[in-house]
Ligand binder design. Structure first.
Ligand code: NAD
Length: 484
């Protein structure tokens, strides 16, 4: 049998159920990007607020790309389970706060109506870093992007995140307050989304652009929870635990953190009652998390892919890669982080490493390795730029960068197994790397690739170190680079 409102009574005893009347839930939130992360993070904070009796905050979920997730959820009355696992410990609950799951290409009118509804006062998004049509190097709207051009020509039949948001906002009654909370891993995510949406709207409706700029709030937010993509094995494991099939089941870690800038245009859920931190300035938290968590994660991903290590916990258990990850975080990256006031950064790092070691999470290095051309400029390059400008070398971070370039250029693991590189933005960089005459040429060609490395020049001595690392990688693979 499958999870649904009807079958809730058949769930295993230890599974916690929504403790409120779902039929009375209003629709106060629209969420765009109905992936695993939203369902295991923002939806859970909101679930806790709703369970305390504030029934305004049912969520209308929107998927722009994937019809499957909407279908799977609809077949289960929008119910799904979240199991938090660390080692042998596990806790499972059913989440009831999702009211709808709409696949935008086939339900566009409904999506626009949901965003336009004045009862909707919050719009959240998790569409991955590349879902905002942002040019990675300039950080402006990528006006050359085919999907953006399509939406500008057909603003009432949009396909992109920005296009759908703009179309919905355009239909909202004047004066209805709206706050847009971007929950993707980008620096200053709220401000970035505001800038991109204003740039986009400005190209076809100046009034709309001004309205977005002046009337809608875009708090920055820092989100944290490791939520691996589901696999047949994780779904089977969840079914065993639930006593029912749940095609949208999530298995993730117990840790969860959300820091949100306290600047809302109108009503919002009391997420602080569910453990979120509302604060005046999120930027130090964002920078700390992007560099220490995501920065180390990316290094683990490429080293892991090259060394044939499938999951983050496998990589952490590997003597060479595990040691590399620890030192990269504790020595190189930590030195570049300005701690939020009163924050215990050593304790934060210690906990991060423990989370990475969690053997109950099959967090695949291949998933984290995706979209490196979007992630590297946010996670590694600011720390590298600042350090080099101050005359400081970052030997581990520089090795991580060389590892990524080698991974792209070679497309095979150290043992020769073909790797799946999933990064639409990487084509031109890969072509440059493969066309290079030698390692020095490859290092220089990569650093001159503006969309990733920006237009400011990189120090020649740094390029020379990168070239030496590329030579070591070519001759002995990642193992040789990390052992050296
Ligand atoms: P996912 O693959 O389950 O979902 C991604 C969602 O984004 C899907 O709904 C997909 O259709 C949509 N999408 C992808 N490309 C898009 C595009 N170009 N335009 C519009 N929509 C697009 O991934 P997830 O685990 O839900 O993670 C999503 C994002 O959440 C991450 O990229 C990251 O920014 C953030 N996040 C994830 C985690 C995690 O552990 N999974 C942790 C922190 C933050």
């Amino acid at each position: 049998a499958q999870l649904s409102q009807q079958s809730l009574g058949r769930l295993a005893k230890e599974v916690a159920l929504p403790g409120y009347d779902r039929s009375r839930l209003a629709r106060g939130i629209v969420h765009v990007g109905l992936g695993a992360f939203h369902r295991a993070h923002q939806a859970l904070y909101t679930e806790a607020v709703v369970a305390q009796g504030d029934l305004r905050w049912g969520i209308v979920g929107v998927s722009l790309r994937d019809p499957g997730v909407a279908d799977r959820l609809a077949a289960q009355d929008h119910l799904y389970s979240v199991t938090e696992r660390h080692g042998d410990e596990a806790r499972t609950r059913i989440v009831g706060v999702l009211r709808d799951a709409l696949y935008a290409p086939s339900h566009l009118a409904q999506v626009i109506r949901a965003i336009a509804d004045p009862a909707t006062t919050i719009l959240t998004s998790t569409v991955t870093e590349k879902g905002y049509s942002q040019h990675p190097a300039s950080a402006d709207l990528d006006v050359a992007d085919a999907a953006v051009r399509h939406d500008l020509a057909h603003p009432d039949a949009p396909k992109t995140t920005l296009g759908v948001l703009a179309a919905g906002i355009r239909s909202r009654p004047a004066g209805a307050p709206l706050t847009v909370v971007c929950c993707d891993n980008m620096a200053r995510n709220g401000h970035s989304l505001r800038k991109l949406l204003v740039q986009y709207a400005g190209l076809f409706d100046e009034t709309l652009a001004r309205r977005i700029e002046t009337q809608i709030a875009f708090p920055n937010s820092m989100v944290d929870r490791i939520v691996p993509a589901a696999t047949p094995a994780s779904l089977a494991w969840a079914a065993g635990r639930l006593g029912l099939r749940d095609e949208a089941a999530i298995v993730c870690e117990p840790f969860m953190q959300w820091v949100i800038e306290d600047c809302f245009a109108g009503p919002r859920p009391a997420w602080e009652d569910a453990g979120a931190l509302l604060t005046a300035d999120v930027r130090p938290y964002q920078a700390m998390k992007l560099r220490l968590l995501n920065g180390t994660h990316s290094a683990i991903a490429y080293a892991g892919q090259l060394c044939g290590l499938e999951s983050v916990s496998d990589a952490m258990a590997d003597p060479l890669v595990g040691q590399f990850a620890r030192r990269l975080m504790l020595e190189d990256l930590r030195a570049t982080v300005a701690a939020p006031a009163g924050y215990d950064v050593p304790a934060y790092c210690h906990e991060l490493l423990r989370r990475f070691e969690n053997p109950a999470l099959a967090h695949r290095t291949q998933q984290i390795a995706m979209d490196g051309t979007q992630k590297v400029p946010v996670r590694w390059l600011p720390a590298l730029r600042e350090s080099l400008a101050a005359g400081v070398e970052r030997p581990l971070l520089e090795r991580a960068l060389a590892g990524w370039l080698h991974y792209l250029a070679r497309g095979r693991s150290d043992s020769g197994a073909p790797l799946t590189i999933s990064d639409p933005g990487a084509e031109a960089l890969i072509a440059r790397l493969r066309a290079a005459a030698d390692d020095g040429d490859a290092a220089r060609a990569a650093l001159a690739h503006e969309p990733v490395f920006g237009s400011a020049p990189w120090p020649p001595a740094f390029a020379a170190r990168l070239a030496r690392h590329l030579a070591t990688l070519r001759q002995g693979g990642m193992a040789a680079l990390l052992a050296g």
